[in-house]
Design a protein around this ligand. Structure first.
Ligand SMILES: [Mg+2]
Length: 251
């Protein structure tokens, strides 16, 4: 005899849901900027044009962050497209540093390649591979991220037939559109889908508003009563237990 399968599909946030994102982000941010500074200085030396001040001396990392904020304010539709904001800000700074437009574009592109290489050095929680492998047998799986990790570049990507990059859709969460895109591509309805994510504002609220149930990954909150349909977990590894208790697994 089989218990009723309550959900057809599961959607997953990535950063701080399937892995801890803080350290990799710090290393990516500082790492690609230092790479640009060093490689550009070396190229300039080879060209016989060693500048009085190196790029990162002229424009410290904080300036780069300020430029991204300025660009996001000036281009509100692009505010969630972090890859675009980064590349544009780099081009802007490199141009001000004195590079010709073509060279600025090419160095910004090279720095972004380095950024993406470092950005994908995430370490999923050790339970995640087998968790997704098991869940993939009973549910259709999608990822929905505001960040610039392309899950298809990671081994975990094979578990996700649907991968939504909300920033590239120009509709970052909490916008409903990335959730609706995932549901449409999964061919499921909100009531038959559980979303898993760590952010109250970007995951829990928008998914719940659409009528999805939510597993909220939040290890730092007391067991306060939550609204119906929202289930708090300390860690994504607790997801099978939740699905079981919701009567979602085949018996
Ligand atoms: Mg997250």
């Amino acid at each position: 005899m089989c218990a009723r399968i309550r959900f057809q599909a599961l959607t997953f946030d990535l950063d701080d849901t399937l892995w801890d994102n803080h350290q990799v982000m710090v290393e990516t941010e500082t790492g690609h900027y230092a790479w640009l500074d060093e490689t550009l200085a070396s190229w300039q030396r080879n060209q016989g044009q060693a500048p009085a001040r190196r790029f990162a001396e002229h424009f410290p990392l904080e300036t780069f962050l300020d430029r991204r904020r300025e660009l996001a304010a000036a281009h509100p539709l692009r505010r969630g497209d972090f890859t675009w904001l980064r590349e544009q800000a780099l081009q802007w700074l490199l141009g001000e540093y004195g590079l010709e437009a073509d060279a600025a574009r090419s160095w910004a592109g090279a720095a972004m390649d380095r950024f993406m290489l470092l950005r994908h050095r995430v370490t999923p929680h050790p339970e995640v591979e087998s968790l997704l492998s098991t869940l993939g047998r009973d549910y259709r799986l999608a990822s929905i991220t505001n960040g610039n990790v392309d899950i298809r570049r990671l081994p975990l990507g094979r578990h996700f037939p649907v991968a939504i990059a909300a920033g590239e859709l120009l509709a970052p969460k909490p916008d409903a559109r990335p959730f609706l895109a995932a549901l449409a591509r999964l061919g499921t309805s909100p009531a038959q889908t559980l979303h898993v994510g760590d952010s109250w504002r970007e995951d829990v609220e928008p998914a719940r508003r659409l009528g999805m149930q939510v597993a909220w990954i939040s290890p730092h909150v007391d067991d306060l009563p939550l609204p119906a349909g929202i289930h708090r977990l300390n860690h994504v590894r607790e997801l099978p237990g939740l699905l079981h208790s919701l009567g979602a697994e085949q018996g």
